[in-house]
Design a protein around this ligand. Structure first.
Ligand SMILES: [Zn+2]
Length: 384
């Protein structure tokens, strides 16, 4: 066994809060001990030492359109049209690999990456990231849905530290049977994910079967009218389908009312917020404190470069800190570390705790509160 690695910190971020003058002892990257600093431990690292970060939602495969998709139109369907209007752009594979490297350079240790082809695991592993590739499925065509469901047992193998599993895109794009099959496809303990409460017309589509989503599906020639209109909002739809719960990470949650948030809490479903993307696409932010009050387990994600300026999950914090000044900045930091990991049921990452292999990152800030002003410079002290 190699000699232990000793990291002495002036400020160390742990699930129990901030420790001052603390030492972390690691063996082969695994934390063996967390204890008060003593003179023999060497110089203390300045700034704030945190575990490798958790980015709970992105799409690295959209990185080739960075900076090209106009937003704040406002509206999800106009944004989607703007995304499609970019059309074919050279260098998609290179942009995707560069995005994985950029996640890592921003201090990410664990990522949830949504992919239409389900084939980004090798890029993530090459960048030494761990996480989940969510192989996204959608479609309403009753002639093809059974074959898509049958295909869910044959997910690509993934890569070291990266699991591939099925994910439904959204309730306005995916047949209900397919939503259920994706969530239940497993593997167990690795939540699937769905976009919900992101688009202002989602509830209208589900309640009455009309509006911009219906028009979009008609324009695309999709066979959606054979499915019954649920007549209830998105969280009630998920609840009726039996998939609202710990196995489904709900992404966005911008346009959900108080009753829906309570349903999410009672079902113990985790939620991921992507505030900068929401501002770009629709000009709105989720009411995150209402989720806290209800006791929902929360994470943060950057979403993709089609709606976000970068893949730095710490870049979400200043936006949230400005919008919700009563929330302690430490709460946002928890969401990109141990709380985020717990929401994803990812073990051994996102926390400075004995037995974990989170990687350690030095943030160039004097206090945790500084993260509310701007995303800081950082460097890896211990690679994850
Ligand atoms: Zn997304």
């Amino acid at each position: 066994m190699d000699a232990p690695t000793i990291v002495a910190a002036r400020a160390l971020w742990t699930p129990s809060g901030l420790l001052t003058d603390a030492t972390v002892v690691l063996r082969d990257g695994v934390i063996a001990e967390v204890r008060p600093w003593r003179a023999g431990d060497g110089d203390r690292v300045d700034g704030l030492v945190v575990p490798g970060l958790i980015n709970a939602h992105t799409h690295t495969e959209l990185s080739h359109v960075a900076g090209r998709v106009k937003g704040a139109t406002p509206g999800f369907v106009p944004w989607l049209d703007a995304l499609w209007a970019v059309g074919a752009v050279a260098g998609q594979a290179e942009a995707r690999a560069a995005a994985a490297a950029s996640l890592r350079d921003h201090g990410t240790a664990y990522v949830v990456d949504v992919s239409n082809a389900g084939d980004t695991a090798a890029d993530l592993a090459s960048a030494h990231l761990r996480g989940v590739v969510q192989h996204e499925r959608l479609g309403f065509d009753a002639r093809t849905v059974p074959a898509t469901i049958a295909s869910l047992v044959n997910e690509p193998a993934g890569a070291p530290g990266v699991v591939v599993r099925a994910a439904p895109h959204a309730l306005f794009s995916t047949a209900p049977e397919l939503v259920v099959a994706c969530v239940r496809a497993g593997p167990k303990g690795v939540p699937s994910t769905i976009h919900v409460g992101e688009a202002e017309d989602e509830a209208r589509f589900l309640m009455s079967g009309d509006g911009p989503h219906a028009e979009l599906l008609d324009r695309l020639g999709r066979e959606w009218r054979g499915w019954p209109t649920p007549g209830v909002g998105p969280i009630d739809v998920l609840s009726r389908l039996g998939v609202l719960g710990p196995d489904l990470l709900l992404v966005h949650g911008v346009l959900l009312d108080h009753r829906a948030v309570l349903s999410i809490a009672f079902a113990d479903a985790p939620v991921c917020f992507c505030p900068r993307s929401n501002l770009h696409v629709g000009g709105l932010l989720p009411d995150v404190p209402s989720y806290f009050t209800a006791g929902v387990r929360c994470a943060l994600g950057t979403d993709s470069l089609a709606s976000s300026p970068d893949l730095d999950v710490l870049g979400e914090i200043p936006v949230l800190a400005a919008a919700f000044p009563d929330v302690p900045v430490s709460r946002w930091l928890a969401m990109v570390t141990h709380e985020g990991a717990a929401a994803l049921r990812a073990t051994g990452v996102g926390e400075v705790a004995v037995g974990a292999r989170p990687g350690l990152l030095q943030l160039d800030v004097g206090r945790v509160e500084d993260l509310g002003r701007a995303a800081p410079a950082r460097r890896w002290i211990v690679a994850p």
